[in-house]
Design a protein around this ligand. Structure first.
Ligand code: FMN
Length: 451
């Protein structure tokens, strides 16, 4: 009798938990749809709308373009938002009023999705007389080419005969004061004073529930898989998005990591390498996250939408290429295909030692057994039997890779900028030729999250 009662209680509890999960998933989806529809409203406004264009690599410029459009709409000035990379000089001319939020990546370079725009539109002066514009340039003073792309774009617009509404505003490392200055300047368009209200999105509280050392004994730095659960908030994000984690010292800038999981997992997961400086001391953030932060502790975390690394098509073939902790950004993408009929998902991954650095091996095997991953190729640069970097696979698998691309595959690259992503770029270019690579980039079928 007691056993029956406890069975009944457990069953009841399971049903309640199941209902709660269902409610959370539905609420999440509603929230996502509500935010999409708010964006569509701004987009739907007509021809006279101010064009707010963004050039973004990791999502901040895109986010600021949307908040700029919202400010204009609130002040009664219609606005529409677009990726500058999808526009031509003729589109800009036709818009008559243009605001651009432009970030800089690499060494003073334009974001990836702008490469076609830079080559085709910015290589010569355009005829932009009649266009009024302003530029919000995002950058970081620790790089040599501070705001390099924003400045180049401003110069090109000016040389093409466009008239600046106000001076270019430059933002160092997301500085809120500079962003509020930009907001105030928008009065030049709305004709009414604007009370600047920019504050970065608040950090939400998450709890570290699990940390796993992925590569004990590795000749490379320790890599850890960290799992966080939200406290009191329902978080939503997509594969490719980025999280900012606040450090215990409020004066220290937060750190950005690719999210390695999806909301349905109930956890935000990250793969973090413990950095060790030449004097043997650990990196401030990576040392704290991989060792000092105790399981069960709470931290501040906020998620940022990063469409530049979203997958453009949920079912088309997908080629995931990366090294080291770059497997994090790729993992969210293959997980997004767990319940999707897809045209194949191929992972190419490079690490150092086959004995110690077969990151997530069991999970990869299980994903392959279930058909979530259709093919896995790995290289180990320090294994005597191998000695190759991941880009070697592009040449080795040239024919298959070409077939996949002909079948409509998208290529997503995540991991080290130097060495890996440059090597992959060169290997792809010698295999496909510069024009096909450029065409893939412009079609959003070659995307990178590299650091
Ligand atoms: C890999 C990498 C390279 C960067 N290179 C530069 C640079 O050369 N000049 C600069 O001013 N900022 C540079 N930045 C800083 C970004 O411009 C800055 O973080 C900006 O807010 C990013 O905006 P986004 O998220 O829209 O791409 C770089 C950032 C990263 C991650």
């Amino acid at each position: 009798m007691t056993t029956d009662l406890s069975r009944l209680l457990w069953a009841g509890l399971a049903i309640v938990l199941w209902l709660l999960t269902l409610a959370m998933v539905t609420w999440n989806e509603r929230r996502r749809r509500a935010s999409e529809s708010a964006r569509a409203t701004i987009l739907a406004t007509g021809q006279d709308a101010v064009l707010v264009a963004f050039a973004s690599q990791t999502g901040l410029a895109e986010q600021l373009a949307w908040s700029t459009a919202e400010i204009l709409s609130r002040a009664g000035t219609a606005a529409r938002v677009a990726n500058l990379g999808t526009l031509t000089a003729a589109d800009l001319r036709a818009s008559r009023r243009l605001l651009v939020v432009a970030s800089t990546t690499g060494e003073g370079d334009a974001p990836d999705s702008l490469s076609g725009f830079v080559r085709r539109q910015m290589s010569a002066r355009g005829d932009l007389s009649g266009l009024s514009y302003a530029v919000l340039a995002l950058g970081d003073r620790s790089y040599n080419g501070f705001c390099g792309f924003g400045r180049a774009l401003d110069g090109w617009l000016k040389d093409s005969g466009a008239t600046a509404l106000f001076e270019r505003v430059e933002v160092n490392d997301g500085d809120p004061d500079s962003i509020r200055h930009w907001q105030r300047q928008l009065a030049a368009l709305t004709g009414q004073a604007i009370e600047p209200d920019w504050t970065p999105a608040p950090f939400e509280t998450w709890r570290l529930v699990e940390r796993t050392h992925l590569n004990p004994g590795s000749p490379g730095g320790e890599a850890h898989l960290l799992s966080f659960e939200p406290i009191g908030s329902v978080a939503t994000w997509a594969a490719g998005d980025i999280a900012e984690i606040a450090l215990p010292d409020p004066a220290a800038p937060s750190r950005e990591y690719s999210v390695a999981s999806l909301p349905v997992d109930g956890r935000a997961e990250f793969i973090i390498r413990r950095l060790v400086r030449s004097d043997g001391s650990p990196g401030l953030a990576s040392g704290w996250l991989t060792h000092d932060l105790v399981e069960g502790s709470e931290i501040g975390l906020r998620l940022r939408r990063n469409t530049a690394f979203h997958s453009p098509d949920a079912s088309a073939p997908l080629i995931l290429i990366g090294n080291g902790t770059g497997i994090a950004g790729l993992r969210a993408h293959w997980r997004a295909r767990r319940d999707v009929r897809h045209g194949g998902t191929w992972l190419m991954f490079g690490e150092r030692s086959s004995l110690h650095d077969a990151f997530l091996d069991e999970e990869l095997q299980a994903a392959q057994a279930k058909g979530v991953l259709t093919r896995i190729d790995r290289t180990y640069s320090r294994a005597p039997s191998d000695g190759r970097y991941v880009q070697a696979l592009i040449t080795e698998q040239a024919e298959r890779l070409n077939d996949w691309i002909v079948r409509g595959a998208t290529i997503l690259v995540c991991g080290s900028r130097e060495g890996m992503s440059e090597g992959v770029d060169q290997a792809l270019e010698s295999l496909l030729g510069p024009e096909r690579i450029e065409a893939l980039r412009e079609a959003g079928r070659y995307r990178r999250d590299v650091y």
